[in-house]
Write a protein that binds this ligand. Structure first.
Ligand SMILES: C[S@@+](CC[C@H](N)C(=O)[O-])C[C@H]1O[C@@H](n2cnc3c(N)ncnc32)[C@H](O)[C@@H]1O
Length: 190
């Protein structure tokens, strides 16, 4: 059972994350992904970003926590939601964009590499990946949850030649440069 399979942990996260959202990240995403295209969000959690994304895109939300999915489904019965584990991504659909905000830091470097390769399989050709991470050098575990911080250079090594890197930039979530986002493009010839 994972951390977010416990109701109390989900409620604590919702309280802690109140007031934060990916609005500024989504403004950057809009420069790369035209409105109306399909976007899969990984690790949607409470679904705050999914709601913002739904104003511009044909969105599908996902998480591996049934509690998060059920909560969002209850308040948004018409939403498209699927249960996806970022360590084992399978889908019959292809998406023009895959987005996540503070999710993939729960993976080791090797798992992240494998997850990116699985994402490539469900991304349309020339599709875009947009992922936000906590920035730093440490790897730590808190209450059974892995926090694998990244710097631009180590992310570039993990991405290798799987994708074209369009942007890789630091930004502020709570403190100056505590976060990093990457925008990657799928290419047919890689
Ligand atoms: C820090 S929360 C971020 C939630 C949301 N993206 C946000 O910005 O508020 C991490 C999210 O990743 C999800 N998650 C963690 N491990 C996962 C996995 N292996 N597969 C899919 N989702 C996972 C959690 O359930 C949780 O919703």
């Amino acid at each position: 059972m994972g951390f977010y399979d416990i109701e109390n942990n989900v409620e604590k996260y919702i309280d802690m994350a109140r007031g934060f959202d990916g609005r500024e990240l989504i403004e950057i995403l809009k420069k790369h992904v035209p409105e109306g295209l399909s976007v899969l969000e990984l690790g949607m959690g409470p679904g705050v970003d999914l709601e913002i994304l739904s104003g511009f895109y044909d969105v599908t939300g996902s998480d591996n926590s049934k509690i998060f999915l059920d909560r969002f489904r209850n308040s948004h019965p018409d939403s498209k939601l699927i249960k996806v584990d970022i360590k084992n991504i399978k889908s019959n659909s292809k998406y023009d964009c895959i987005y996540s905000n503070k999710v993939l830091h729960h993976l080791t470097d090797d798992e992240l590499k494998e997850s990116l390769s699985q994402q490539k399989n469900i991304l349309s050709s020339n599709g875009i990946l947009f992922h936000a991470f906590w920035r730093g050098k440490d790897v730590e575990e808190m209450e059974g949850l892995l926090f694998n911080y990244h710097l631009a250079e180590d992310l570039k090594n993990i991405i290798g030649d799987m994708f074209e890197i369009l942007e890789i930039e630091s930004y502020k979530e709570m403190e100056e440069n505590d976060s990093l986002y990457v925008v990657l493009r799928n290419t047919d010839d890689r």
